[in-house]
Design a protein around this ligand. Structure first.
Ligand code: CA
Length: 221
């Protein structure tokens, strides 16, 4: 998934970014509230990890601003131990979850997965679709009795498509969900990943929507 991390502490930010990237997420990291608001008004993220004590514009203000613009992206706030009040205010302002520093990185990852699950309206942690079973926690895909361990971006792309069944996603949306800002992207990179997924899971899995992008058809229930 694509995560926006907003944290001004260099060491902590680096640790969180490294951990989330290792788990297969695409992470963009910003260090102040103003840039966070800008990014959140112009781009799509699956989750936001938002420190409350930020320079220029505080995390609470960022949260207030994006929610008042109708942005419903799941937000997990990071707070210091002594600021119970901020935590409560954050939740009241529309944060979905919080963690108190110092925290465990595995727990942070699990909470982020849970937020995303709720955000996409899924009850089960597994995503299933026509014989495909994708496990976001184990980072594995089972298809026709076979276990696949997909490269990071292929996995993220498949998850994004399966979570949006019946919705055409633009090339830009899909590319943004698997590459962070500081990565160089080949112009045909997305096509290569789509090609690889079709090779593994069948050509009929992902439909090309001309002039738009790609889509996985809605599974009939
Ligand atoms: Ca801070």
């Amino acid at each position: 998934m694509r995560a926006l991390l907003v944290e001004d502490d260099e060491d902590l930010g680096e640790v969180i970014r490294t951990a989330l990237t290792r788990e297969g997420n695409t992470v963009d990291w910003l260090k102040d509230g103003q840039s966070a608001i800008l990014a959140l008004t112009s781009e799509n993220f699956d989750v936001v990890i938002l420190d409350l004590g930020l320079p220029i514009i505080s995390g609470l203000e960022v949260l207030h601003t994006i929610r008042s613009h109708g942005n419903a992206v799941p937000v997990l706030i990071l707070t210091a131990h002594e600021t119970i009040e901020d935590r409560v205010r954050g939740l009241d302002m529309g944060a979905d979850d919080y963690m108190v520093k110092p925290f465990d990185l595995d727990e942070l990852s699990a909470r982020i997965r849970a937020m995303r699950r709720r955000g996409t309206g899924r009850a089960s942690p597994m995503i299933t679709y026509k014989g495909i079973s994708l496990d976001p926690a184990a980072h594995s895909v089972n298809f026709q009795e076979q276990m696949f361990s997909l490269p990071r971006r292929e996995f993220a792309l498949l998850q994004k498509l399966l979570e949006n069944q019946g919705k055409a996603l633009s090339r830009e949306q899909l590319t943004q969900s698997i590459y962070s800002w500081d990565e160089d992207v080949d112009s045909n990179a997305l096509e290569v990943h789509i090609h690889n997924l079709r090779k593994k899971f069948g050509v009929e899995l992902i439909h090309t929507i001309r002039g738009v992008g790609y889509m996985v058809a809605k599974e009939e229930s």
